[in-house]
Structure formats: structure tokens, C-alpha cells
Ligand binder design. Structure first.
Ligand code: UD1
Length: 350
């Protein structure tokens, strides 16, 4: 692997774990981070003192140029994530995620960069996961009808016959269909990075489609946080985790230490642009995850409450087939949910 690595977003939840791992592996690390208020309520105390820190915004061309100067590899982990507050944040998401990536790629192009570039992507690029109809085979359900959700009909029906579907694990070659602004920006980032690689022979672009990440340093309950941190924050405040829909929606929860290991493997990969699912391969219903976390928080901790509420931007089921990452990156998740959640129940959130 290359000597000097730039981790953009290296002060964040996932980026900081990658920084620690790279330094433990003997790499020189530079961090670029803007300490975005959606991710940082306060200055993190865990920043690795062995990493060089540039505080700045990637959307500033001068910052982007300074950050990439002299680096052999780039890992882009910075983004606005989640559903946010409302659609009016679309310009903030596009600026941070799309324009930020564009500035990075423009700077890399000008510097004639030839190293590996790893992009943090997400399973949200798929939209709904994969579904099979017993009669019509693989089908793509339409976005769920708000009237169905109001009536408690949470499972998307077969678009051909309207009958129930079986969810199945999704592979990287499945069609993409972003269902939120965040998802649209992640897909656009993938496209831009892929185009950059095709126009710059020698550059290896690896896109990691994270599934539901949890673990220490996860930002606490905000409109931008994933469900694990929302449940964890509720328990820490003595409130019950509020489980939306009927709790049967399936997700694949993966520990941040495993995500860091997948990134390390991706930085060592050379070749044409490829996307990898980064997941454990074992999906769980959201209610089961809430129960596991509440049990791990102790016998006095509040138990989850299934509320029947829903969010329009949510998909019903999405979980992955992690085979490609195992075969090509040699990556397999190591931390099982029981162990990870037991630790997470008492871990520091920010
Ligand atoms: C999540 C993140 C996304 C991240 C991706 C992969 C969103 C909104 N969130 O997608 O940023 O990139 O994982 O790591 O895109 N839920 C509850 N109670 C709550 C909050 C949520 O039951 O208080 C439910 C939701 O309805 C949903 C599930 O939990 O069914 C997962 O929610 P969340 O983690 O926000 O979204 P993901 O689509 O899994």
C-alpha cells in the first residue's frame, strides 16, 4: 500500500477509526476535516495526534489542492448523511457531497494523481433492496404509497400482481434507484469517481457501499444520524427506542472497526473502478436490533416501543450479498452483532 494517505473526513465517525488503523499499520496520515456541525457537537477528543490535521472545507479549491499535495492515496469519507430535516437542505447536501467530490477530483486531475482513491458510498444507492415474486421472479417495487403506510401496510407489493414479495440480498450489479437526496448524492459521487478513473489510467477507484454502521464515536441522535445512534441516545436518556413501522424492516448492521478494515483492504486494491457491498451478510429486523441494544444496556433499561410511525424516505428492506468483497478484497466482517451491540450499549457517542 501507498505511503502517505489523505483521509477526508478523518475526524468523523468512520474516518477517525480508519486514521487510527492506518497509523497502527505504519502509514503517514493527513486528515482534512471541516468539523461539520451536523457531525460534531464539540471538538472530538480522540483525534490521533500522529495524524497531520488540515481544518478546512473540501469545497474550497485552495483547500482541496493543499490537502492532496504530496499524498499517494486518498480516502474520501466526508459527507452529509441521512435524511436530514427536510428537502430544503438539498443544496447543502449537493454542495457538501457532490461539489466537494468534484473539487477533490479537479484537484487530483490537476496534480496528475495516479494513486488509489477510495470513496465511502452507501447501500442507499440501491433504494429498495432486492425482491422476488413467487410468480414474476425478480421485481423492483415502486416507492411505497403513503396511504398504504398510513394503513400499516409496510411491505411493498409486487408491481405486476400486487401479491406479497420475498426480500433477498442485493448484489453490486443490481440497478441503482436513489430514494433520498442523500442517496442521489452518493450515486453521483460514485459516477464522478468512476469517470475520473476512466480518464486517468493508473488511478484505482474503489467504492465501498456501507450498510448500517454502528460503534464508538458515532454522532449522537441528530436528523443526520443512523438508527443505531438514535436508539443508543434514547437509552442513554432513559427513554425507550422508538421503532418505526412494525419493526420487521430488515437491515445489516456492521461495526465501524470492520468498516475501517474494509477501507484498509480497498486502499491496497488496484484495477478498474468497482463497488463493493460492505456488510456482514446477516440481516436483522430493526425491532430485534432495538431489543438487543436495550438488553445490552441492562435490566433496568427501557424496552423498545413499536410506534407504527413511518418516514417517506425510508425503504422497507435492504441487505447485501458481501461475496464480492470477500473474494476480491479478502474482507469479511468479524464483529458479530451481539458482541458489537454489547459494547455499543455503553460506548461513547458524540
Ligand atoms: C442508513 C442511513 C444512511 C446510511 C446508511 C448506510 C438514512 C436515513 N440513514 O440508512 O445515512 O448511509 O444507513 O450506513 O439514509 N428507524 C426507527 N426508529 C428511529 C429511526 C429509524 O425505527 O428512530 C427505522 C427506519 O424507519 C428504518 C430503519 O430504522 O426502517 C433504519 O433507519 P436509518 O438508519 O435512518 O436508515 P437506513 O435507510 O437504514
Amino acid at each position: 500500500m501507498s505511503e502517505r494517505v489523505l483521509v477526508i473526513g478523518g475526524a468523523g465517525f468512520i474516518g477517525s477509526h480508519l486514521v487510527d488503523l492506518l497509523i497502527a499499520e505504519g502509514r503517514e496520515v493527513r486528515v482534512l476535516d471541516c468539523f461539520h456541525p451536523a457531525a460534531h457537537t464539540r471538538r472530538p477528543e480522540y483525534l490521533n495526534p500522529k495524524a497531520e490535521l488540515i481544518e478546512g472545507d473540501l469545497t474550497d479549491p485552495a483547500v482541496a489542492a493543499a490537502a492532496i499535495e504530496g499524498v499517494d492515496a486518498v480516502s474520501h469519507q466526508a459527507a452529509m448523511v441521512g435524511l436530514g430535516l427536510d428537502f430544503a437542505e438539498v443544496d447543502d447536501y449537493v454542495a457538501a457531497n457532490d461539489l466537494g467530490t468534484a473539487r477533490l477530483l479537479a484537484a487530483l486531475a490537476r496534480a496528475d494523481f495516479r494513486g488509489p482513491l477510495v470513496l465511502a458510498s452507501s447501500m442507499v444507492v440501491y433504494g429498495e433492496g432486492r425482491y422476488r415474486c413467487p410468480t414474476h421472479g425478480d421485481v423492483r417495487p415502486a416507492p411505497r404509497d403513503p396511504a398504504d403506510l398510513e394503513a400499516g401496510r409496510f411491505e411493498p407489493p409486487c408491481p405486476v400482481c400486487g401479491l406479497p414479495l420475498e426480500p433477498a440480498s442485493i448484489g453490486e450489479d443490481a440497478p441503482t434507484e436513489p430514494r433520498s437526496v442523500y442517496a442521489a448524492t452518493k450515486l453521483h459521487q460514485e459516477h464522478l469517481c468512476g469517470l475520473f478513473a476512466r480518464e486517468h489510467p493508473g488511478v484505482s477507484v474503489t467504492m465501498l457501499r456501507y450498510h448500517n454502521v454502528y460503534g464508538p464515536r458515532m454522532p449522537r441522535d441528530t436528523p443526520y444520524a443512523g438508527v443505531a445512534s438514535i436508539f443508543r441516545s434514547a437509552l442513554a436518556a432513559g427513554r425507550e427506542p422508538r421503532v418505526f413501522e412494525d419493526g420487521g424492516q430488515l437491515r445489516d448492521f456492521i461495526h465501524v472497526a470492520d468498516i475501517a478494515r474494509a477501507n484498509l483492504a480497498a486502499l491496497g486494491r488496484r484495477g478498474d473502478p468497482v463497488a463493493y457491498n460492505v456488510a456482514t451478510g446477516t440481516p436483522r429486523p430493526i425491532l430485534a436490533v432495538a431489543e438487543q441494544l436495550s438488553e445490552a444496556a441492562g435490566p433496568a433499561a427501557p424496552r423498545p416501543l413499536v410506534t407504527g410511525e413511518f418516514r417517506l424516505g425510508d425503504v422497507r428492506h435492504v441487505f447485501a450479498d458481501p461475496t464480492r468483497a470477500r473474494e476480491e478484497l479478502g474482507f469479511e466482517a468479524e464483529i458479530d452483532l451481539a458482541r458489537g451491540m454489547a459494547e455499543f450499549a455503553t460506548a461513547d457517542l458524540r
